[in-house]
Write a protein that binds this ligand. Structure first.
Ligand SMILES: Nc1ncnc2c1ncn2[C@@H]1O[C@H](COP(=O)(O)OP(=O)(O)O)[C@@H](O)[C@H]1O
Ligand SMILES: [Mg+2]
Length: 350
């Protein structure tokens, strides 16, 4: 890391309970590789990111850029052939990378919730919703009686807009949107601090999606949740997120508040993503299609990985990788347009 790179420094995490805006989870220089027969796939490549208490952070980028891998890494749920190869995952004063699997399971169960695109894969089809919820509550708080846990489960289900008597139904009896709500109910039953939601609305129709996004925002306010919302849909992020992190080829391209990102996008990749959104006003211009395809992460392009597709490419871009640096205020980007070059000693080559 060069001087001036905020993300080169170790930050100090606050003592819980944290106040809104304090750093709840901090990724430092995290890399994940998948070993494949063709060679290592650099799915997450030296990513650093701070997640703030009470925020909804949108994580966006085209399919295959490493969003799900990053989300799983945060929960330390990377399975073979994947492996966390560098970095630290700071949560609640410890680096999760250093924990035993048993401790990690406890933290995952109690503090970090998750919602995936297809909740059927994480709900036991043979257990009724009430069993899922009461078991979660009683494991988390052994002093709670079964009757009290059941009451609480019914209340949560009601809060999430499902009829309370449906608590005795099995997962397959619910629609996709309802199952997403049940996953959120499970995270709330745990009183999780952080929920990572990976493409939670991708399988839903637009109306159910809009309702679910409204609900996320309400729950964040009501339960003091922090949410990482992973999506390839920048429109979803515009709707609910406070800040947006844009990933490209396993790396951070840009990070800013939603307003900053939409009004003053720095990275040409982010600019391309925004111009390609159909429901953003276009001043009469045609909908833009970004040139080229996302790279194969078996062979990430040299220098800035976006350079083969970039409309503003310069000679330096294919030679050296730009650092992820603070531009102004809370706005970070990794782009040579905003950094001094030729390269100073210390900036690592691609
Ligand atoms: N189990 C796996 N084995 C090998 N490669 C994988 C595996 N899972 C993901 N990848 C690769 O890692 C990269 C990032 O994938 P992923 O995190 O799923 O991206 P996203 O969620 O942004 O679509 C892709 O190149 C993908 O092909
Ligand atoms: Mg994904």
């Amino acid at each position: 890391m060069t001087e001036g790179s905020l993300y080169g420094e170790r930050i100090t995490l606050g003592e819980p309970p944290l106040k809104a805006g304090e750093i709840l989870y901090s990724l430092r220089d995290v890399s994940v590789e998948y070993g494949t027969r063709a060679g290592p796939v650099a799915a997450v490549d030296h990513v650093s990111l701070d997640i703030r208490k009470g925020e909804i952070l949108g994580l966006v980028g085209e399919s295959g850029c490493g969003k799900s891998t990053l989300g799983k890494a945060m929960l330390r749920m990377i399975s073979r052939p994947g492996r966390i190869t560098t970095g630290e995952l700071w949560f609640d004063g410890v680096d999760l990378v250093t924990l035993s699997e048993r401790r990690m399971r406890e933290i995952r169960g109690a503090r970090l919730g998750m919602v995936f695109q297809d909740p059927m894969t994480s709900l036991n089809p043979l257990s009724r919703i009430v069993d899922h919820l009461t078991e979660t509550i009683m494991t988390h708080e052994p002093s709670v009686s079964e009757a009290a846990a059941r009451d609480r489960a019914a209340q949560l289900i009601g809060r999430l807009g499902l009829r309370e008597e449906r608590i005795d139904d099995y997962p397959h009896q619910f629609s996709g949107g309802m199952r997403q709500r049940i996953m959120i109910a499970l995270a709330l039953a745990l009183q999780a601090d952080l929920v990572i939601a990976d493409e939670p609305t991708t399988a839903l129709d637009v109306i159910v999606e809009a309702q679910f996004l409204d609900l996320l925002r309400e729950l964040r306010d009501e339960f003091d949740l922090t949410i990482v919302l992973i999506t390839h849909n920048i429109g979803v992020v515009a709707e609910v997120a406070d800040r947006v992190a844009v990933m490209y080829a396993g790396r951070m391209a840009e990070l800013a508040s939603v307003n900053e990102l939409f009004l003053d996008t720095k990275h040409p990749y982010g600019q391309g993503l925004l111009r390609a959104v159909p429901n953003i006003e276009l001043d009469g211009t045609e909908l833009y299609q970004m040139a080229g395809a996302p790279p194969n992460l078996l062979h990430t392009p040299s220098g800035c990985a976006f350079h083969p597709r970039c409309p503003a490419v310069m000679p330096i871009c294919s030679q050296h990788q730009p650092e992820f640096l603070q531009r102004e205020g809370d706005h970070y980007t990794a782009c040579w347009l905003y950094q001094d070059h030729p390269v100073k000693p210390g900036v690592h080559d691609a």
